[in-house]
Design a protein around this ligand. Sequence first.
Ligand code: FDA
Length: 324
Amino acid sequence: MGILGRVILRLMPITPKFFIRWVANRYVAGSDLSDAVEVMKKISLEKACFTVDVLGEEISKIEEADYFINEYSNLIDAIVKNNLDANISLKPTAFGLLIDYDIALVNIEKISRKAAEGQIFVRLDMEDHRVTQSTIDVVKAMHNRGLTNVGTVLQGRLFRTNQDIDDLSSSLRGVSDVRICKGIYLEPANIAHRGYQDIVDATNSAIDRLLETSSYTAIATHDMPIIKHSLNAIAIRGMGPGIEDPREGVSSWGLGKGEGYEFQMLLGVRGNVRRNLAKQGHRTRVYVPYGKRWYEYSIRRLRENPDVAWHIAKSMIMPWTNRR
Ligand code: FDA
């Protein structure tokens, strides 16, 4: 971490909320659903589609899940009403996964069923290792109840990921849809890679495995070595923009998906790389977070990625570079 990063992290606890909000503005759509809709309408001009996240995670009382059920329900209505090319991402612990598996299942089913009626895909974000297996179990349970519009995320850094890819691909019979990312949680060394290169190599290997097992492969990264690896992995399998997914056992993906794969990036991060991929014809999806918990999310992003400090400095000196 550079000196600037260290200084900004130190100053965060005494930084006025209005300043954090100004910084967050690039990474968070806003506090209300209407803010998210506005942001999507603007960015859709860049040939992007979206996955929308209502900010917030692990609840401590099961009743708190009601807020997320209501908000996601309104979100689905807004996507349909505004005819947006968007799906939704939700955190299972916000629906009670760490409190009561069966209640969480009922809560997630409510949203997934409503989403299915609107032809909308539901992505269960992957949280830390306490819920890796239960999140996968929820996906399988949804498919068993006929809700094939549900998929999840796997993290390249976890040693178990290639087995999870095989498991999902065989259990979901041709409709496995996985977002693959490095994984944001610092997991114990006995279950996860911890060095940068090991994580990149493992994530690239997971991307290859997803492509080989005919899973829909949503590549979520801003890291150029992984993007380059993915572009090559897609091309050597005869996949690419405008080409129907040639893999065995795969039919048309529907639900606003691409030709067997897509690239996903966070709102406000490396928009130039995303726009370039879109120009080349690849399906690109922006992860759009919004909600009342914008402050906590922004502080987490700042801690997570000291590069943000550089973006802050740059956007103060050259405001025109502060583009989502
Ligand atoms: P890396 O961190 O090396 O980033 C490469 C460059 O991108 C950085 O140098 C920086 O310039 C820029 N950058 C990256 N992240 C940034 C940020 N937050 N702010 C500003 N600049 C940034 N993880 C998880 O455990 N479960 C999940 O469900 C998801 N879901 C998810 C969805 C989407 C759409 C994305 C893009 C990522 C996730 N992640 C996630 C997070 C993921 O696991 C990973 O932690 C981050 O994407 C950072 O890793 P990169 O591969 O982008 O590389």
